[in-house]
Design a protein around this ligand. Structure first.
Ligand code: HEC
Ligand code: HEC
Ligand code: HEC
Ligand code: HEC
Ligand code: HEC
Length: 453
């Protein structure tokens, strides 16, 4: 069975590659310009792209570790399949296989870069790297009136639409057809597809909507009402940090914080506390989380402390291995292998065992109950958070030495509330005492007057 799957995979991958490029092998990496050439006249755009996940799509240590594992386990069958989206020039020029960095030219190491994206002249559809390129020196882009001394410019509608991003941000297993990443479809089927392209949120300062960015597309070009930015920020504050781009790391944290809202209600019911958390995917144009969702985790953490600060309830904490408490509410995907067991290896994926991610604009209501310990005095404090990390510890530990790589936990949203318990004046209507005192005073005044009569 495994052998058959691998054989079919080889044929399908070869097929996709031929359909997706011009003539395989006819392109050389030197047909493309290095991003530093573009930098000469597009300095600002270069600085935004440099350090982005696109600029490190191939040198990303997490990517390389998984691609190497996939290659080992499939006798190299996945090499060009994986690399097609992570270093398109490396694959088009035949520098991959082998995987790894040894055989790659400097330009192929730069992942998803300027001259690749702006040489795309056609798309053959959505997913699995459905692009065609023409490294003929003509730069395709959003303007229909653009003139440059160095290159010809041509308007490309494709570049202004989500379908451009969808060529890569949609990953199918080439044999089993299991959607491993489905960001484009999540967007297409959601409420944003009528109004908001990927570019509006990921290539403007708006983050959750289009926001104009007036300025110049080139230092030597004209003033424009809007220039698309090239930070391509998502949720990855882990690898951007490892690779040393503080700007991109910080922007990823800010983006995560603008993606969701959290509302908290906490009440006492007899001897129990009932906590209701409402989480809304308020800002992401696709599911939350999206992308590499067999690794990504968003989860609710609830911490409850009594008046002295002692913890009396905790859900969603990390254990000594760095794993999220299994009883917690975790928004993620679990892939299944041929025997129906959970697997993080996308090449083994034959089913989706679990997917509870939050749809765009959807609100999820989650309830937590626990017994309030007897004898407490004073209020208890309830703290609720929506946390995010780029990978579970288990995922990272399969690729690296145990605990060697740890993804930072980022708080996307949070809220705090208190519950009155014990001897404190509970359930009391505020102001009742005042009314009582006022009535007594009036009564006393009345009596004094009566006595004086
Ligand atoms: C010698 C300067 C120079 C160099 C080098 C240069 N460009 Fe340009 N480019 C310009 C100017 C000027 C414009 C016009 C800007 C405008 O219309 O607002 C431009 C426009 C563009 C556009 C917009 C095209 C359109 O029709 O929408 C793209 C895309 C582009 N350049 C990509 C690149 C890429 C990729 C590189 C590197 C391979 C590069 N440029 C190198 C000067 C340059
Ligand atoms: C992932 C693909 C991708 C990469 C990598 C990329 N661009 Fe772009 N670029 C685009 C898209 C898409 C647009 C148009 C967005 C729209 O109109 O919705 C664009 C727009 C532009 C424009 C027109 C002005 C503007 O920003 O709106 C210029 C110039 C440009 N890019 C230059 C560059 C340079 C220089 C680099 C490398 C430093 C680069 N691009 C890297 C996809 C890319
Ligand atoms: C050639 C394929 C390709 C195209 C086209 C492409 N991307 Fe990407 N993109 C990638 C890859 C591969 C990564 C992941 C790199 C990594 O994690 O190592 C990525 C990463 C990203 C990230 C960062 C994700 C994170 O976790 O932080 C964002 C955001 C993003 N892309 C947006 C876009 C948008 C918007 C477009 C369209 C304008 C686009 N991409 C077009 C391949 C592509
Ligand atoms: C309404 C704004 C909006 C639109 C439209 C949108 N995104 Fe996002 N995107 C976000 C926000 C906010 C986040 C951060 C939260 C998250 O990770 O889901 C994000 C995260 C991402 C990530 C990183 C996910 C992760 O956790 O690893 C990728 C990749 C991405 N977007 C790609 C795309 C692509 C491709 C499209 C178009 C098909 C798109 N986005 C459309 C707002 C948007
Ligand atoms: C169709 C294009 C495509 C193919 C094929 C593809 N990827 Fe990716 N990959 C992406 C995109 C887009 C992202 C970014 C999604 C996100 O940020 O969540 C990504 C992200 C990743 C990441 C996350 C890196 C990080 O730093 O978090 C890993 C690891 C990865 N891919 C490994 C692989 C492996 C291994 C293969 C082959 C079995 C593969 N990819 C095939 C497009 C692709």
């Amino acid at each position: 069975m495994r052998a058959i799957i691998l054989l079919v995979m080889a044929t399908m991958i070869a097929g996709t590659l031929l359909a997706g490029s011009m003539v395989a092998g006819a392109i050389e990496s030197s047909d493309f310009d290095d991003p530093t050439v573009c930098k000469g006249c597009h300095g600002e755009i270069y600085d935004q792209w440099d350090g982005s996940m696109h600029s490190i799509a191939y040198t990303d240590p997490v990517y390389l570790a998984e691609a190497e594992m996939a290659s080992r386990e499939t006798d190299g069958l996945t090499d060009t399949y994986c690399a097609r989206c992570h270093t398109p020039i490396g694959v088009l020029s035949g520098e991959v296989p082998p995987i790894g960095l040894e055989n790659l030219s400097e330009i192929s190491k730069k992942g998803v870069q300027c001259d690749f994206c702006h040489s795309v002249n056609k798309s053959t559809g959505i997913g699995n790297g459905a692009f065609m390129v023409s490294p003929d020196g003509i730069k395709r882009g959003p303007y229909d009136d653009s003139k440059a001394p160095y290159h010809e410019s041509v308007f490309s509608e494709l570049h202004t639409k989500s379908e451009f991003c969808g060529m890569c941000h949609e990953v199918y297993h080439p044999v089993t057809g299991i959607p491993v990443e489905e960001t484009y479809t999540e967007w297409k089927e959601g409420p944003y597809s009528k109004t908001t392209q990927c570019q509006d949120c990921h290539m403007t300062p708006g983050v959750t909507h289009f926001e104009a960015n007036p300025g110049k597309a080139s230092e030597i070009g004209p003033e424009r009402d809007h220039v698309y930015t090239h930070y391509f920020v998502g949720g990855n504050a882990a690898v951007t940090g490892i690779m040393g781009s503080e700007v991109h790391q910080q922007m990823a944290e800010e983006r995560l914080k603008s993606a969701a809202t959290l509302a908290l209600e906490a009440e006492k019911k007899d001897t129990e506390a009932e906590i209701t958390v409402k989480v809304t995917n308020a800002g992401a144009g696709h599911k939350l989380p999206t992308g590499l969702t067999e690794a990504r985790q968003a989860w609710i953490e609830i911490q409850v402390n009594d008046a002295s600060g002692k913890e009396i309830y905790h859900s969603g904490g990390l254990d000594s291995e760095g794993e999220v408490d299994p009883d917690a509410v975790i928004y993620h995907v679990v892939l299944g292998d041929a025997s129906g067991n959970p697997t993080m290896k996308v090449w083994e994926a034959e089913s989706i065992l679990f997917d509870n991610r939050i749809l765009p604009k959807e609100t999820r209501v989650e309830k937590f109950n626990f017994a309030i310990p007897g004898g407490l005095e004073g209020p208890i404090t309830v703290n609720a958070k929506l946390n995010y990390r780029s990978a579970s510890q288990k995922f990272l530990d399969e690729l690296f030495e145990e605990g060697e790589v740890v993804a930072p936990v980022i708080e996307m949203a949070g809220a705090e509330s208190t519950i009155e318990v014990g001897n404190a004046p509970d359930e009391g209507v505020p102001g009742f005492e005042c009314i009582f005192v006022l009535i007594s005073l009036l009564a006393v005044a009345y009596l004094i007057r009566r006595r004086g009569e």
